[in-house]
Design a protein around this ligand. Structure first.
Ligand SMILES: Cc1cc2nc3c(=O)[nH]c(=O)nc-3n(C[C@H](O)[C@H](O)[C@H](O)COP(=O)(O)O)c2cc1C
Length: 247
């Protein structure tokens, strides 16, 4: 017998069951990204255009893509990291008047409800630790330089080894109100759909620089949010992906 509890979510987020959105009630639009953390150093990233793929074959990237869980010991260059961040959450255009951004991925209603965090293990020029991608500035913010951060993240990911051995693990946090402001309860469908697009871009971008990723959906939500210092439901871990060089 099919368990119906999960489908309740679909039922409750049908148009006839959702409340009037804050946007319709005239409430102010939330900012498109978090403010910069005071006192935390900002780190410049190289121009992502430095990675020149020439005439890279997209069909090949899609065909060879697979989940990669074993990585070489090689570090990622900062240029490569910059390229991956650009192709997953890069801000292409900002309309200041309307407070809207367009990024390299689609997002329901152009709400872009994510903040990318990185658990860095082996990236040239970056000390191991936790960073946030300030997408509007295309810079990194160093948040926690504890070298054991990745060990603790691995634990929160049910000790999945690919997190421990990754060059870097992407941690996508959802800030639901950006989408909820427009779509109320229905937004929770879009958060997860949006996250899938981001991770698929990372899959394909990684393939193009001889790296691979493994999407991580199996993690202890409470442990992960605690570790990241998030305060659900305002902000919570929605998806992760470990990444490293292909052998
Ligand atoms: C939403 C989602 C969550 C996933 N979570 C995990 C995970 O926690 N651990 C893992 O080893 N693989 C995870 N995977 C990878 C899948 O196991 C993998 O995509 C699937 O076995 C198909 O293999 P392929 O990606 O090589 O084609 C996840 C994939 C998706 C799309």
């Amino acid at each position: 017998m099919l368990k119906k509890d999960g489908y309740e979510f679909v039922e409750q987020t049908k148009y006839l069951n959702i409340s009037e959105s804050d946007q319709r009630q005239g409430k102010p639009q939330p900012p498109y990204e978090l403010p910069l953390e005071e006192g935390k150093p900002l780190i410049d990233l190289p121009n992502p255009e430095k990675i020149d793929l020439g005439t890279y074959d997209l069909r090949k990237a899609i065909e060879i893509r697979r989940s990669l869980r074993r990585y070489t010991e090689d570090a990622l260059s900062l240029e490569e990291l910059s390229y991956l961040l650009w192709l997953t959450q890069g801000v292409k255009k900002f309309d200041e008047k309307r407070n809207v951004v367009w990024r390299t991925v689609p997002s329901a209603g152009c709400r872009h409800p994510f903040e990318t965090h990185l658990s860095v293990n082996r990236v040239d020029g970056l000390a191991p630790g936790l960073y946030r991608f300030a997408a509007g500035q295309h810079k990194l913010v160093a948040l926690d330089m504890d070298p054991t951060f990745n060990d603790r993240l691995t634990e929160a990911c049910m000790n999945q080894r690919q997190v421990l051995t990754s060059a870097v693990t992407f941690i996508w946090a959802a800030v639901p109100y950006r989408t909820v402001w427009r779509y109320s309860e229905r937004s929770y469908r879009y958060l997860y759909l949006d996250a899938g697009h981001v991770c698929q871009n990372l899959h394909l971008a990684a393939e193009s620089i001889n790296c691979g990723i493994c999407a991580i959906g199996a993690y202890d939500d409470d442990a992960a949010d605690r570790l990241m210092g998030f305060n659900p439901p305002e902000m919570f871990v929605i998806y992760m992906a470990s990444l490293g060089r292909r052998g």
